[in-house]
Design a protein around this ligand. Structure first.
Ligand code: COA
Ligand code: AMP
Length: 633
């Protein structure tokens, strides 16, 4: 057996040989001409000339290979008291019929389809039905407001929108339809058809001429076969936060994605076909795309789609109940979920109520994993707990402890080593590699492995400028950290204004844009401060326009409501403080980092160029007044 070091070294010295071999595990209707095409440098394309269908590889091939009876998907919904199971053959049939519905409404290869749906099996079916037709789906997370949905509708101009009457958030019903109607009203582009699934928990009105009932459309629909597409054709667009309110449509291709994801199931997660794999995330995020839907199905696993929370549905034993009931071998979630469980069951007493004998490993990602949470999980579960680091842009992990290759020693606070295909460097602001142990910008040497994004929808220039220009020859991750003497990577913070709230990626810049639109706000800043449960929470600082003498509480309340209304509940923006001034450098730059350090109770260095140091005392006092000054948490 080759060691991790040998495999990693080969992936870098011979990427075409390495990924060409991995590609043999995928069914191609036409073989590629070139494994790695550099003709569009600095963007490399994988498997140029190859043709395949991702849905075929996820479903039909398993049925053809005699595994049609194997369980493909288990829908577990404590909030509706439902468990539903689909074999590979059943899921293939459902998806083929839904694809027939879409095709009959004119959706074909290259058309965009927005999916704005909760955590139900039909959402995964919708994604796979698009893939079956070669259409490009764009899933929008349910926690976003109508305005965010409208921005995405205008950016990718979908022919159709697939939605549902409602989602269920713990005990709360979230009506999707009013948000969808409002978004379409706001958007300039108008999708021709909205296919709406009526859930029994809350039905909605359908708009004549535009909306169609999902179930009615399925009755009488003809199943549609898989349409082979180019390996380089987009499979999906997933919008993620950038530094402004304008979200970035991260594009994923078909060929590289299928190859890398299938490879990762065995090599990163160490699972075998037929085993039950559970990513407790949301299909609206990249983790959900990759590890609830595509990777487990590509690899012939059983995936669990869970409509519930780690706590409160009904208690902090929910995860253990699912693991026991469905025989889960591997769980993937965000550290925040474990912090929530620990908060309610600090001794892990509920774990003892369940048989976890088939459970082999826990993978964590989505935010920095604090060593305390990792060690608690290890102690309670007595299985390897693997922190791994990745991003929407990369589609799968950048760094991990590859359980399927060789289990490396764990270092708390580190997602271990770059995975095969990734060569990381830590760079100084001029792009020079820094010595081991020194903190700088973490960058990946080009070309990146398959599965990573080839670009931003409608935005080649924006892509090159955002990710590939500051450090020529590298992909700029936007994360800062260091590599230690053993090559372990430590991811410490973002270099931009992105924050991570309960594993959800959010832009403070986008929140500032909303606050700045309040008529009484002259200037504002939003920072992410440390929070014991959610990792980070946004806090707004507001400077009011001269002459405004309304009560501060009223203005703060309006600002909080505005962020919820324009970005969505997921922003978790609940605190804002009115201040006299914001601390700035003499050149006018707001000292967000210093403010964050004050809020988190960390030592901070006063920049030499600050215009008025006294203001920091005011900020410290106002944070204390709001109950968040001093210590983190
Ligand atoms: N649709 C509508 N609203 C949603 C939503 C969705 N899909 N997802 C979240 N929201 C709402 C929540 O209900 C909450 O609303 P509230 O302000 O009215 O209470 C708000 O958005 C903030 O959500 P969240 O930050 O997730 O907080 P929470 O208190 O509901 O749950 C955790 C906290 C830790 C239990 C939860 O975030 C969690 O399980 N996270 C880990 C798993 C994960 O999904 N990670 C993502 C990447 S792996
Ligand atoms: P997203 O695109 O939503 O997956 O968020 C990606 C960002 O989350 C990364 O750029 C990091 O800032 C953060 N992140 C994800 N996983 C980890 C991890 N294991 N350790 C530290 N930060 C992480």
């Amino acid at each position: 057996m080759a060691t991790f070091d040998e495999i990693h070294a080969r992936s870098l010295s011979d990427p075409e040989g390495f990924w060409g071999e991995a590609a043999e595990a995928i069914h191609w209707s036409e073989r590629w001409d070139k494994v790695l095409d550099d003709s569009e440098k600095p963007i490399w394309r994988w498997f140029r000339g190859g043709r395949l269908n991702t849905c075929y590889n996820c479903l039909d091939r398993h049925v053809k290979e005699g595994n049609g009876d194997r369980l493909a998907l288990i829908y577990d919904s404590p909030v509706t008291d439902t468990v539903r199971r689909y074999s590979y053959a059943q899921l293939r049939d459902e998806v083929a019929r839904l694809a027939g519905v879409l095709a009959a409404r004119g959706v074909g290869r290259g058309d965009r389809v927005i999916i704005y749906m909760p955590m139900i099996p039909e959402t995964a079916m919708a994604m796979l039905a698009c893939a079956r037709l070669g259409a490009i789906h764009s899933v929008v997370f349910g926690g976003f407001a109508a305005n965010e949905l409208a921005t995405r509708i205008d950016d990718c101009s979908p022919k159709m929108v697939l939605s549902a009457s409602c989602g269920i958030e713990g005990g709360r019903i979230v009506q999707y339809k009013p948000l969808l109607d409002a978004a379409i009203m706001m958007a300039t582009h108008k999708p021709a058809t909205c296919l709406v699934l009526q859930r029994p928990q809350e039905r909605c009105e359908l708009k004549e001429g535009r909306d169609e009932d999902w179930q009615a459309a399925l009755e009488g629909a003809e199943p549609h076969d898989c349409v082979p597409v180019e390996a380089t054709d987009p499979l999906y667009i997933l919008y993620t936060s950038g530094t402004t309110g304008q979200p970035k449509g991260i594009v994923r291709d078909n060929g590289g994605h299928a190859v890398a994801l299938k490879w990762s199931m065995k090599n990163v997660y160490g699972v075998e076909p037929g085993e039950v794999y559970w990513a407790a995330s949301d299909v609206g995020w990249v983790v959900g795309h990759s590890y609830i839907v595509y990777a487990p199905l590509l690899a012939g696993n059983t995936t669990v789609l869970y409509e519930g929370k780690p706590v409160g549905t009904p208690d902090a034993g929910a995860f253990w109940r699912v693991i026991e009931q469905h025989g889960v071998t591997t769980l993937f979630t965000a550290p925040t979920a474990f912090r929530a469980i620990r908060q309610q069951d600090p001794e892990g007493k509920l774990i003892g109520d369940y048989d976890l004998s088939r459970f082999r490993a826990l993978f964590l990602a989505g935010e920095r994993c604090d060593p305390d949470t990792l060690e608690w999980a290890e102690k309670q579960l007595k299985v390897p707990v693997i922190d791994h680091w990745w991003q929407t842009e990369t589609g799968w992990s950048i760094a991990a402890n590859c359980l399927g290759i060789e289990r490396l020693p764990v270092k708390s606070g580190s997602p271990t080593r770059p995975v095969p295909g990734w060569q990381l460097e830590v760079l100084d602001p001029d792009g020079r590699p820094l010595p081991r142990g020194q903190v700088g910008a973490i960058a990946g040497k080009l070309p990146l492995p398959p599965g990573t994004t080839p670009g931003i929808w409608n935005g080649r220039e924006r892509f090159v400028k955002t990710y590939l220009s500051n450090f020529p020859g590298y992909y700029e991750t936007g994360d800062a950290g260091y590599l230690d003497e053993d090559g372990y990577v430590f991811v410490m913070a973002r270099t931009d204004d992105i924050i991570n709230v309960a594993g959800h990626r959010l832009s403070t810049g986008a929140m500032e844009e909303v606050l700045a639109a309040h008529p009484d706000v002259a200037e504002c800043a939003v920072i992410g401060i440390a929070d014991r449960l959610k990792g980070q929470l946004p806090v707004g600082f507001l400077v009011l326009s001269a002459g405004v003498n309304r009560p501060h509480e009223a203005i703060v309340k309006e600002c909080v409501a505005m962020v919820r209304d324009r970005i969505g509940p997921v922003a978790a923006f609940k605190t804002a403080i009115v201040v006299e001034r914001l601390p700035k450098t003499r050149s006018g730059k707001i000292l967000r980092r210093t403010m964050r350090s004050i809020a988190d109770g960390e030592d901070y260095k006063l920049p030499a160029t600050i215009d008025d140091p006294a203001i920091l005392e005011e900020i410290t006092a106002s944070l204390g007044g709001a109950g968040i000054g001093g210590k983190a948490g």
